[in-house]
Design a protein around this ligand. Structure first.
Ligand code: PEP
Length: 266
């Protein structure tokens, strides 16, 4: 990536439905001191840990007892309403009490829990209103990729999921381009392929929000990222980091962050 003063790299770990409070705390205790030392040396790098909602407080406690700059906490989802009869949901305010980031519209939420672009957009707007940084996920399915429809799908998702953000908050938005065929499959996109789509997302963002917003927008790649391939992605000028799933609940996550730090040093 080409870090500009306004565009830091982000490596976010989506722990998915792994690690309850006890295990999450133990794992965080293992990785946070190492991540913290890297973070201290690389002010242009932000690391975000996204455990399951029930484990957020436990991981936050670890981050408070081992305070390092730029190691942040993120939720994996939230609802857009403030409060009320929405059993099982968590509100933006509740997330904001513990976190700075929230992943929204992950393809697993869209596929298994029926989330639509409209819902994702409402959630992203609510996140911005509450001072959260939404990491909004978009990406095409395998059959769309194979049919050469990636650009159309991305165009549509940007129009729907990333619509109507207030000008004063748009710089807080993070986009994760996650081709669904690459998630959890071990078949990552190429850096070139992902880079092309990410450049398109930046152009679409520019059309909608102007040059400054597009220049500062952080766009991550996600899909089977490991320490073996992260360097290729991070070296691409338009890719600002990664949303990491499977590898984020192993020590490979530390390796990934280490590799990103090394690339940034060059
Ligand atoms: C994800 O869950 O966002 C993801 C990219 O998963 P994985 O890294 O396992 O492909």
């Amino acid at each position: 990536m080409m870090t500009t003063p306004s565009r830091s790299a982000i490596i976010a770990g989506n722990w998915k439905m792994h690690y309850g409070p006890e295990q999450a705390s133990l794992f965080a205790l293992e990785i946070v001191p190492v991540l913290g030392r890297l973070a201290e040396h690389y002010p242009q790098l932000v690391t975000v840990l996204c455990p399951p909602a029930i484990s957020l407080a436990a991981v936050r406690e670890v981050l408070q007892t081992h305070p390092f700059p730029r190691i942040e906490l993120g939720a994996q989802n939230m609802f857009f309403e403030e409060k009320g009869a929405f059993t099982g949901e968590i509100s933006p305010n509740m997330v904001r009490e513990l976190c700075r980031y929230v992943i929204l519209g992950h393809s697993e939420r869209r596929t298994y829990f029926g989330e639509t672009d409209d819902m994702v957009n409402k959630k992203a707007q609510a996140a911005l209103q509450h001072g959260l940084c939404p990491i909004v996920c978009i990406g095409e399915r395998l059959e769309q990729y194979e049919a050469g429809q990636t650009e159309d799908v991305i165009r549509f998702q940007v129009q729907q999921s990333l619509a109507d953000f207030p000008a004063h908050a748009v710089q807080e938005v993070v986009v994760a381009y996650e081709p669904i065929w690459a998630i959890g499959t071990g078949k990552a996109a190429t850096a070139d392929g992902a880079g092309k789509v990410i450049s398109l997302i930046r152009r679409l963002f520019e059309e909608r929000y102007g040059n400054e917003a597009a220049t500062t927008l952080r766009i991550l790649y996600g899909g089977s990222v490991t320490s073996a391939n992260i360097s290729e992605f991070i070296a691409h000028p338009d890719i600002d980091g990664a949303l990491v799933g499977g590898a984020s609940i192993t020590h490979d996550f530390v390796e990934i962050v280490q590799k990103v730090s090394e690339t940034m040093q060059r």
